[in-house]
Design a protein around this ligand. Structure first.
Ligand code: ADP
Ligand code: MG
Ligand code: ZN
Length: 271
């Protein structure tokens, strides 16, 4: 301390250095006075320490980067997916969060660029045709959105899952509404992958329009052509409203010409 003892002085110096390192560390954490205390009179060893601390910090920073979430709202037509999506966006807006609301451009049933529910709720949205377009929209948004909500997810290409992961990694809350199954009762577009990677899944049901079971049992979209069930080999995408689709339960769902699962099983058993 008084300079009479070399060891004591070395000890003091080490103590001072340690203090300075800690200050630097705190400074780095705060993102402000990063290394200020060390910038003058540092030894090579001190510089290396500073570099090491910086490396540690960026490692910690990567680890603690808060990711967002992916919620998928699925179910047949008329189950309330768009209604639920609009509600989610509405709540986010009340909370003052910036929201980007998108819909598949192919869906022109009620409006070109509104998300609309069958019971009359509407909300301004942006129509997009490919998952790729979503990247540019989010990147060019004047304010980075906290919530990205997408309706009619089934109409997008397979790139939608990757885009949703990218948005979630950036910390956004991503909500995708869409039909999990097509009129054949088979997985629809990118929805199966989205459902697999989702953090939360909301699977909604509607009233079956054939048996009208009050327990709300419809899980499938029934396509009707001229009032009759559409055959299995009709095209997968045929956007329509009440005139060509209704919600049905598994018992009432009809797909003439659908491959018989019994035959498939027999094939698997080698008969
Ligand atoms: P989705 O986006 O899943 O097609 P919407 O949110 O657009 O559903 O519409 C849900 C609304 O549709 C319900 O609130 C109800 O008013 C109406 N609706 C019409 N048919 C049915 C049905 N069979 N079962 C339940 N709701 C129905
Ligand atoms: Mg809808
Ligand atoms: Zn039914």
């Amino acid at each position: 301390m008084n300079g009479a003892d070399g060891r004591t002085r070395t000890g003091d110096l080490t103590l001072t250095k340690r203090l300075l390192y800690q200050l630097s560390y705190i400074g780095t954490w705060l993102g402000h006075c990063n290394g200020l205390a060390l910038d003058n009179g540092l030894t090579a060893g001190g510089f290396r320490t500073k570099q090491r601390l910086r490396a540690q910090f960026s490692e910690v920073e990567t680890q603690v980067q808060t990711k967002g979430t992916l919620t998928v709202i699925c179910g047949p037509m008329f189950s309330g997916k768009s209604r639920e999506l609009i509600r989610t966006v509405h709540i986010a807006e009340i909370a003052g969060q910036p929201v980007t609301l998108l819909k598949a451009g192919i869906d022109l049933r009620y409006s070109v660029d509104d998300v609309a529910s069958h019971d009359g709720l509407t909300m301004k949205a942006r129509a997009v045709n490919t998952a790729r377009e979503i990247i540019a929209i989010v990147q060019s948004a004047p304010v980075t959105p906290t919530v990205v909500a997408i309706d009619e997810g089934q109409f997008f290409d397979q790139g939608l899952a990757a885009v949703c992961i990218w948005l979630r990694d950036k910390g956004m809350r991503v909500v995708v509404a869409g039909l999990d199954r097509n009129f054949r009762g088979e997985p629809f577009g990118p929805m199966p992958e989205l459902l697999a990677i989702a953090d939360d899944v909301i699977k909604l049901r509607a009233v079956c329009m054939r048996c009208k079971d009050p327990r709300v049992t419809a899980t499938l979209p029934q396509r009707l052509i001229d009032g009759r069930p559409a055959p299995y080999d009709s095209p997968e995408i045929l956007v329509g409203g009440l005139d060509s689709y209704e919600a049905r339960c598994l018992n009432c769902h009809e797909v003439p010409g659908r491959p018989d699962p019994g035959q498939l099983i027999q094939g698997m058993l080698g008969h």
